[in-house]
Design a protein around this ligand. Structure first.
Ligand code: ATP
Length: 373
């Protein structure tokens, strides 16, 4: 095999000068479900595809791999249309959730399998595969059968196998889902390093916002077969545009009309869903027109009595749920606005809060973000 992976170009260079490594418009119809999304990634870029169950993430990945037929659209890799390229000849590597390693082959033969199929001699394919295993820190496990490997090791063999075929597009379908929480942390950071060395485009499907934040340069959120939001992880985390994304990144989100620093949120359910009366929100800076308003649960203070002389927004609220995690307590509220508040166990005890109680919730205007809808 010829050498190792191409190094990722210096930050910014690829994005400015190169054509997208991946430029895909995917249209798939399956009964009542229709997927219609555009996915793009620059060379060296990792795109995370996030979305709720049934949103169409796997369908998108399978369409990219050529495993699910498209009813319309096209897939360009480095500017070349894949329409007439048979599936087995496409420059695409895949890492599946359960890795799909051949159990009758050793780790090194699993990695050598692709290059062998492409006609490389046994010795050369094995030598290349050994190089990949060394790079993955698995040289000592080259002869091991997949079932004797740990989940993290099997994941790295699967990644080595995908990369050994020298793809231009790497597809990863929930690559960390099969791992326990402890292994996941270590494997996530190893995967990040390996992805940083990959010169092609990578598309990572995940349910886990942390995977997306840690591993991806860009995130595309798919909901109900369409792109709901697209951008760098930080922008997604700070400025969610749908109730699903807001829940994922842990923010209270509303949609309303702004005039100066005041936003009127209509009485029907806000973007966060659920029951809510109409309410006004003072925000940190002036904005205008249709806007989203977001603030974190930790910015919400709770009071038994209506606070006076405070610079905060103050709303009437009813407690409809209390969840404890560690020293923190998440209190779910409705009333003027539906929201979550994170308080400490001692604050919960001090205020003697119970489900059904009617209380007051306050948030400083400076903690409230406002951005165009
Ligand atoms: N073989 C199939 N035939 C018909 N419809 C299907 C088939 N597989 C999936 N679907 C439908 O396509 C839609 C998208 O499914 P898909 O598996 O792509 O979603 P997903 O975002 O990957 O979900 P999950 O996170 O649960 O894996 C769903 O509504 C599902 O019911």
């Amino acid at each position: 095999m010829s050498g190792g992976p191409a190094r990722r170009p210096p930050a910014g260079v690829a994005a400015l000068s190169a054509a997208p490594a991946l430029d895909a418009h995917l249209v798939v119809e399956r009964g009542d479900f229709r997927l219609d999304v555009r996915l793009t990634a620059a060379p060296g870029e990792v795109l995370a595809v996030l979305g709720p169950n049934g949103a169409g993430k796997s369908t998108a990945l399978r369409a990219l791999a050529g495993l699910t037929p498209m009813s319309d659209g096209r897939i360009l890799i480095d500017g070349a249309d894949l329409a007439r390229v048979p599936v087995e000849r496409r420059p695409i590597g895949m890492v599946f959730q359960d890795y799909l390693l051949f159990d009758h082959l050793s780790a090194v033969d699993n990695v050598a399998f692709g290059p062998r199929c492409r006609g490389l001699g046994r010795a050369a394919a094995r030598a290349g595969a050994m190089e990949w295993l060394e790079r993955m820190g698995l040289a000592g496990h080259a002869r091991a059968r997949p079932r004797t490997l740990s989940g993290g090791q099997a994941q790295r063999v699967a990644l080595a196998r995908a990369l050994a075929a020298e793809p231009r597009l790497l597809l990863l379908d929930e690559p960390l889902a099969a791992l326990d929480a402890h292994t996941r942390v270590a494997v996530r950071s190893q995967l990040r390093a390996h992805l940083a060395d990959f010169g092609g485009a990578a598309v990572l499907v995940t349910h886990d916002p942390l995977d997306a934040m840690v591993l991806a340069d860009r995130v595309t959120v798919i909901e109900d077969g369409s792109v709901a939001q697209d951008g760098p992880p930080v922008a997604i985390a700070q400025r969610p545009r749908t109730a699903y994304v807001a829940r994922l990144v842990g923010l209270n989100l509303y949609r309303g009309r702004a005039e100066g620093t005041r936003v009127e949120v209509p009485g029907t359910a806000g973007a966060a869903g659920g029951s809510a009366a109409a309410a006004s929100i003072e925000v940190g800076h002036a904005c205008r027109g249709d806007v989203f308003v977001a603030f974190p649960p930790r910015a919400v203070a709770l009071y038994r009595e209506r606070p006076v002389g405070t610079p905060r927004n103050v709303w009437h609220a009813a407690i409809h749920g209390i969840e404890r995690f560690g020293d923190q307590v998440r209190v779910h509220l409705d009333g003027d606005l539906e929201m979550s508040a994170d308080i400490t166990q001692s604050a919960l005890a001090e205020l003697r809060l119970e489900v059904g109680d009617r209380i007051w919730a306050g948030v400083k205007a400076a903690e409230v973000e406002c951005y165009p809808a």
